[in-house]
Design a protein around this ligand. Structure first.
Ligand code: FE
Length: 135
């Protein structure tokens, strides 16, 4: 996959302040505030920064966490995962493999078949409804 490299200055011009704080500064939106938390429509979730296809409604589930949750990414190579050592928690960060944007974290308490829970900020995503995709 061809990588996209832009400076913070360039991203700041293209993204809303909320998108910028999540995608470029690893921020986390408050739970239950994101626009896709309760979105049950059929479609694809793209990276809000670069349009990379990340997740599908097929693997979205209600985790009760307050953030959109998925049990897998569209392709293994859609996202990159790396250990994030915070002060008290060891978590696995999930980033967009094309632009490096921070998406959220992945946990090992998800449903079958993967047992994974990708906990993703709505602000990092752009939802495209299925009927729009096929047009
Ligand atoms: Fe991206």
């Amino acid at each position: 996959m061809k990588k996209i490299n832009k400076t913070d200055e360039e991203w700041a011009k293209e993204l809303s302040s909320e998108q910028f704080s999540v995608l470029r500064k690893k921020g986390t939106e408050a739970p239950f505030t994101g626009k896709y938390c309760h979105n049950e429509n059929t479609g694809k979730y793209l990276c809000a920064a670069c349009g990379n296809e990340l997740f599908s409604s097929d693997s979205k589930f209600d985790s009760g966490s307050g953030w959109p949750s998925f049990w897998k990414s569209v392709l293994n190579e859609s996202v990159e995962e790396k250990e994030d050592r915070g002060l008290l928690m060891r978590r696995t960060e999930v980033t967009c493999s094309r632009c490096g944007g921070h998406l959220g974290h992945v946990f090992k308490d998800g449903p079958k078949p993967t047992g994974l829970r990708y906990c993703i900020n709505s602000a990092a995503l752009k939802f495209v409804e299925e009927k729009d995709v096929s047009e």
